[in-house]
Structures are given as structure tokens and as C-alpha cells.
Design a protein around this ligand. Structure first.
Ligand code: FMN
Length: 172
């Protein structure tokens, strides 16, 4: 799909068909993450690919019972790895760059999902420690986003946007 069409066609999907995501498509999503820029090219994040039903349920509970989290055939969990970025960038790497690295990777995956005919929704409302518990990970990783991915079982709600002049300032 043409890039600007991908931007236009991406909408949050919160209902998923039971159909699984093909392994080659899943792989393409992860390869898309791997193309994302990152501070110092450190790629200071980890991505968990969750398909285990009990873990999907635990993630759904961690996300304050947002039901579609457990309905998706796969949920990708993007975690910042502050220590990895701190090794080069100290405090700024730990608190900012690692989170940005993980965020950009997730945004790339969301767009790649659209290009592959898949739906997704960015989930930021969750209890960090409950996500850590579901994934059996320690405090060295910071869960930044959950991304349920699958084939859409709904027509997306089309959301509005601000006009450019509401948030763009030209400095000339
Ligand atoms: C940082 C962030 C956190 C979000 N958290 C949630 C969430 O917890 N649950 C949810 O249903 N959608 C969540 N969303 C999706 C937004 O609601 C959605 O992107 C926005 O309404 C615009 O709609 P669109 O994605 O269809 O363009 C989140 C999006 C972002 C970027």
C-alpha cells in the first residue's frame, strides 16, 4: 500500500476476528520495528510477542479489563530498556531515549500492520507492574505500549483531527 494511503487507512481497531495472524506477517511486523530509528542505534527496547491465552487474559486485566486485549490473536508488548540507553546517554537515555525508541518501534509496527491488512490499537492504559507480572519480567524493563494485532471484526470509528494551524507554529 502506498505510504500516505497507509497513514489515511490506519484507524484503531478494537474488535478482532478469530483468524490468527500468519507467521510471515508477524515476522514482517517485527522486521518493521527493526527498521525504526533509535538513539545511537541502540534499539533500547524489547518486544514480547504474546499469543498464550492465559497471558493475553492477564494483559487484558492489567489493561483495566479492556476486553479486546484478550480477543486479539496476538499482542505485542513494547518495553523500554533504560539501562541499555543509559550505557551511552546516562539519565537522558534511561528516562527519555529508551521510551522514545520503544514508542517509535511501536508506531512503525502499527503502520506496517495497516499495510498488511491487519488492524491494531495502541493501548497505553495499563498497570505497569501487572504487565510485568504477566510477562514474568523485572523492573529493569518499562512496559510502554501494548499493541493487540489481528484481522478487524469491525468497521473502524473515524476520528477527527485538529487543523494544522492549531498546533503548528512557523518560525521564519
Ligand atoms: C499513547 C496512547 C495511548 C492509548 N491508549 C489507549 C487505550 O488504553 N485504549 C484504547 O482503546 N485506545 C488507546 N489509544 C488509542 C487512541 O484512542 C486512538 O489512537 C485515538 O483515539 C485516535 O484514533 P485512531 O487511532 O483511530 O486514529 C491510545 C493511543 C496512544 C497513542
Amino acid at each position: 500500500m502506498e505510504f500516505f494511503k497507509v497513514l489515511q487507512e490506519r484507524h484503531s481497531i478494537r474488535a478482532f476476528a478469530e483468524r490468527p495472524v500468519e507467521p510471515e506477517k508477524l515476522r514482517a511486523l517485527l522486521e518493521a520495528a527493526n527498521r525504526a530509528p533509535s538513539a545511537g542505534n541502540l534499539q533500547a527496547y524489547k518486544i514480547y510477542v504474546v499469543t498464550r491465552p492465559t497471558t493475553l487474559k492477564a494483559l487484558m486485566r492489567a489493561a483495566f479489563e479492556q476486553k479486546f486485549v484478550a480477543q486479539a490473536p496476538v499482542v505485542l508488548v513494547f518495553c523500554a530498556d533504560p539501562k541499555r540507553s543509559a550505557s551511552s546517554y546516562g539519565e537522558r537515555g534511561a528516562t527519555l531515549y529508551s521510551v522514545q525508541d520503544a514508542t517509535i518501534a511501536c508506531a512503525y509496527v502499527q503502520l506496517a500492520a495497516t499495510a498488511l491488512g491487519l488492524g491494531s490499537v495502541w493501548v497505553g492504559a495499563f498497570d505497569e507492574d501487572a504487565v510485568r507480572k504477566a510477562l514474568e519480567i523485572g523492573r529493569e524493563l518499562v512496559p510502554v505500549a501494548l499493541l493487540p494485532v489481528g484481522y478487524a471484526a469491525e468497521s473502524p470509528q473515524i476520528t477527527s483531527r485538529r487543523t494544522l494551524d492549531e498546533f503548528v507554529e512557523y518560525v521564519v
